[in-house]
Design a protein around this ligand. Structure first.
Ligand code: ADP
Ligand code: 5GP
Length: 206
């Protein structure tokens, strides 16, 4: 285990993960975003290599066969995955944390091998507001919106996988809560143990 804080953010589609992740990254410049691979088509404003690495199914399956993924899953009919190189990149860049925007299947797989990872599940204030946000994003067709909305209860059912659950009602409040979680997680005893031990050793040799 090392000092890189692995932060998993999950929610039903449209609850506000992307929005909250952007805001959190603006507050925590030493954090990075894990850029996933996906077979989904890019939305209007999405940038390849920044929002996702957009690839076709053949390339994705090649990466699976090569063992390139820390986790991967099929979500809403498309494949999504986190490559191991994303975590390596964060370490090489000296980041103190990395945010994974993944569904509950991804969260489960990350937690299976990295038990220190911190899982946060984001709830919408209501299902009505969730539907409103999905439509308000204006980037998906009706069929996609419906499919995502219909899956929201399945997603919410998986909240017990996570360490924290927060409601994204007011954005500012939700981001402040996320930042509070990061601050608290950084001061977990096992993260601070080496520092405390250093002081004790210093005391012995004085
Ligand atoms: P996700 O990444 O979880 O699918 P997004 O971050 O894309 O969700 O948010 C979906 C839509 O809801 C976007 O149009 C976004 O601007 C809006 N949104 C996000 N958080 C809030 C909030 N707290 N209040 C109102 N609208 C929000
Ligand atoms: P979207 O298409 O709206 O960007 O994302 C759809 C869903 O896929 C969201 O629940 C998002 O968290 C999830 N997702 C995005 N990237 C990954 C990934 O790398 N792995 C997994 N398992 N899910 C992902």
């Amino acid at each position: 285990m090392d000092d890189l804080l692995l932060l998993i953010l999950s929610s039903p589609s449209g609850a506000g993960k992307t929005t909250l992740t952007r805001r959190l990254l603006a507050r925590l410049p030493e954090f990075t975003f894990s850029v996933s691979h996906t077979t989904r088509k890019p939305r209007a404003k999405e940038v390849n290599g920044e929002d996702y690495h957009f690839v076709d199914r053949t390339r994705f399956e090649e990466l699976v066969a090569n063992g390139a993924f820390a986790e991967w899953a099929e979500v809403h009919g498309n494949l999504y995955g986190t490559t191991l190189t994303e975590i390596d990149r964060a370490r090489k860049q000296g980041c103190t944390g990395i945010i994974f925007d993944v569904d509950y299947q991804g969260a489960r797989q990350i937690k299976a091998t990295r038990k220190e990872a911190v899982g946060i599940f984001i709830l919408p204030p209501s299902l009505q507001e969730l539907e409103r946000r999905l439509r308000g994003r204006a980037s998906d067709d009706e069929d996609t919106i419906r499919r995502r909305f219909d899956k929201s209860l399945v997603e919410i059912e998986h909240y017990p996988f996570f360490d924290y659950v927060l409601v994204n009602d007011d954005v500012e409040h939700a981001v402040a809560t996320l930042e509070g979680i990061v601050l608290a997680e950084r001061t977990r005893r096992w993260r601070m143990a080496a520092r405390a031990e250093l002081l004790l050793r210093e005391g012995v040799v004085r």
